[in-house]
Design a protein around this ligand. Structure first.
Ligand SMILES: [Zn+2]
Ligand SMILES: [Zn+2]
Length: 179
């Protein structure tokens, strides 16, 4: 064994800047939206405080109930009501785990609808970050009245790519893999 320090690692990071914390959590929200079960809209939400993820959510049916994708949407006034919206599901997840949301930031892929904006405010959310607007919502009005800060980020890359060959621990399964 030598006491010599190991030579510098020759592996290089992909040629791109690291995402900011806001972009990081917003991309996590985009990732969560991939789990959405309503074909009419895919929305994701991440609730974070002090750079720590408290809860995540996507628009989906109540636990144990049919999905829009299997049983069809339930449309009332041109909106599907079978699913809870991403923000509500994230708040519900926090409630399940006894996590308070006071002072947290909500990262949402779309501007919240009026009902979700009110729920976020009521839960104690202090800041909301979105990159996409949503029509017919009073969210901005209620955020302003409640002094909840609203920030719009530029739309992140529309596709999130993973170059597995750059992760030395990620290897395709072998020929005998059952996955
Ligand atoms: Zn639906
Ligand atoms: Zn909503």
């Amino acid at each position: 064994m030598s006491d010599e320090p190991a030579p510098p690692c020759s592996l290089s990071l992909p040629d791109r800047p690291r995402p900011s914390w806001d972009e990081y959590f917003l991309k996590l929200a985009m990732l969560a939206s991939e789990r959405a079960t309503c074909p009419r809209m895919h929305c994701g939400c991440v609730l974070a405080r002090d750079r720590f993820v408290l809860a995540t959510g996507y628009n989906g049916s109540l636990p144990g109930t049919p999905h829009c994708t299997t049983d069809g949407c339930i449309v009332v006034n041109d909106h599907c009501v079978r699913t809870n919206h991403a923000e509500i599901n994230a708040i519900c997840q926090a409630a399940h785990h006894g996590i308070h949301l006071s002072g947290a930031t909500a990262y949402v892929t779309n501007m919240p609808c009026t009902a979700c904006a009110k729920a976020l405010i009521g839960a104690g959310i202090a800041r909301v970050v979105v990159f996409s607007d949503f029509h017919e919502t009073l969210a901005e009005r209620f955020f302003a009245e409640s002094r909840v800060r609203l920030d719009r980020l530029p739309v992140p890359e529309r596709e999130i790519h993973y170059h597995l060959e750059q992760y030395s621990s990620a290897r395709p399964c072998g020929a005998n893999c059952e996955h």
